[in-house]
Design a binder for this molecule. Structure first.
Ligand code: 5GP
Ligand code: ZN
Length: 115
């Protein structure tokens, strides 16, 4: 999608600190980290949220991303201490970038509360 900031990052039109990439997804450091480790994992295919990923192929894509997050957690050294994965969806969740992304946060003790 031409006016999507994360599509531009995936295409290399906007620079990013790449953490991982394969044919289906891209992971990079958040520009404004909320934790010592704050990586965003995004599908290369543009979709605003999980609600737009409803085909069988998308099911495999979403499963793949979860596996990538698990592998990344080990590589980033946060698997043992723990980490948080979240995706903001829509206005109440304060989603600012309308391209599905999973925040992977770790490297610090986080609050028990989500809100
Ligand atoms: P949201 O609020 O939509 O869940 O999260 C969007 C995230 O994207 C924020 O954590 C924000 O810091 C990050 N972000 C926005 N623009 C850029 C950018 O150009 N580069 C990188 N690396 N992260 C960005
Ligand atoms: Zn996009």
């Amino acid at each position: 999608m031409s006016d999507c900031i994360f599509c531009k990052i995936i295409n290399g039109d906007i620079p990013s600190q790449r953490v991982y990439e394969d044919s289906l997804c891209y992971a990079f450091n958040d520009i404004n980290p909320q934790a010592p480790v704050h990586v965003l994992v995004v599908p290369k295919k543009h979709a605003a949220s999980v609600m737009e990923l409803d085909t069988e192929e998308d099911e495999a894509l979403l499963g793949h991303i979860q596996q990538v997050i698990g592998r990344l957690a080990k590589e980033l050294g946060i698997a043992e201490s723990g980490f948080r994965v979240l995706t903001n969806c829509g206005p109440d969740a304060c989603q600012t970038v309308k391209h599905l992304h999973y925040h992977v946060l770790g490297g610090t003790k986080m609050s028990e509360k989500m809100l």
